[in-house]
Write a protein that binds this ligand. Sequence first.
Ligand code: NDP
Ligand code: BG6
Length: 497
Amino acid sequence: MENKTDFNYPHTFILLGASGDLARKKIYPTIWYLYRDNLLPEKTKFVGYARTKQTIEEVKEKCNKYIKVRPGDEEKYEKFWANNDYIAGSYDKRIDYELLNQSITKYEKGPVANRIFYLAVPPTVFEDVTVNIKNACISIKGFTRVIIEKPFGRDDESSNKLSNHLAGLFKEEQLYRIDHYLGKEMVQNLMTIRFANQIFNPSWNRENIASVLISFKEPFGTEGRGGYFDDFGIIRDVMQNHLLQILSLVAMEKPVSLNPNDIRDEKVKVLRHIRPIELDDILIGQYVGNPDGKGEETLGYLDDPTVPEGSVTPTYALAALHINNARWQGVPFVLRCGKALNERKAEVRVQFRDVPGDIFDGHAKRNELVIRVQPGEALYLKFMSKSPGMKFDLVETELDLTYSMRYSGADVPDAYERLILDVFTGTQMHFVRNDELKEAWRIFTPVLKKLEEQHIKPLPYVYGSRGPQEADERLSSYDFKYSGSYKWKKPATVEKS
Ligand code: NDP
Ligand code: BG6
């Protein structure tokens, strides 16, 4: 029974996999922040479920170091944990879920009660867990919503199998597939930037834009998580989901309305215009230790004891996607991501074409609109201006919207906070629909298969560098011009965020 959301009714948030890493580091802290800020329905009960036999006190103990409790919030923090329960049970036995159901029912006073299940469990138990929820734990007097985390399969076939399995158990509107990049402030801002500003819309096309670069960089390697990572690699871990989601928001047509399905219809439509990636359009890398570095930096990917010997799994990838529609034909969309690089950064660079009919002896540099997702949300447009004073020289400068300056003190919530709250309110705008997922795998599966079948060796790059040297040449072959001449002067008041 899918009921209209009403925050007066009792809600139970059930976290499956409550003993795990994601639960401890991300989900418990997130539900605490939502609880602390009074954003959840007042009568919300939290139940952790996993195989480990432990008390809720022990769960709390393990979570404590990942949770920020501000001075003055201590009492509320204790109240939060008093609202938490933990139940140990198997993932595959229906009887355990019946016991879980009985516990949940105890809190559900009144005629209506809603349930949200968060699956922070490994893919291996996914089918058992969902079948058992369906068979033993569906709310009979309210809604049941299920939040699922990637990986949503590892290719088109496994993803379809998973989708069919889920479709046999739940309606699409009950499923919330998380891509946490959709919860990030600047990713959510993309639609506003594009569709609430008349200056951008007329120039957002092949006549004016030369190329688009969407990057994700992380300054650390797999660090003991190599076992999981090696089976997936950076293309499945980041590019096929986080970066492709950003691409679809940058490239889609204006939706009919802000209705979640209207938006997702447009995202799917633009993905359908992208042909599967060819081997020639992808470059892969794998980090090696930096002999001059310190600690972890001296270790390459293959030195991680959890990584199989001789693995050719990429930790870096650059791929060009081509959108074959009237707006974008001929404009490369370059997705680039890597681990163990020189910095943490996620950004979109929309690079405009050179000015035609040059009268400035080649001194006018390309305009570039940079949307920095993290760290330190910012939007800046690089453009040319006359240098101030008597001279008639050109200077490369910017229109700069740095959040920490313009919105100093504003609270930018974490991606998970927004997304979990969206599930309570029943807003699916920032979740991945089944057909989006299908398109994403259609684009990526053939090249992943070719890379794996042909055992293609990634290019080495040094831990802490910008990635393989060949990547810059490849990038310029996709009409992305780096001039190296832009200089930004940090305003004195910019706060570090
Ligand atoms: P640039 O156009 O100079 O771009 C610099 C980036 O280009 C580098 O970070 C690097 O990123 C990439 N790069 C370096 N060498 C090459 C190469 N050979 N070929 C291709 N790409 C290359 O300026 P930015 O727009 O990045 O701005 C410069 C600095 O000013 C940045 O630190 C930016 O954050 C800051 N700034 C901050 C603003 C704000 O906070 N509001 C506003 C404006 C600027 P990569 O390694 O990812 O390729
Ligand atoms: C996850 C990937 O989806 O995103 C990780 O599995 C990656 O490998 C993480 O580190 C990055 O998220 P964020 O929010 O820190 O940029």
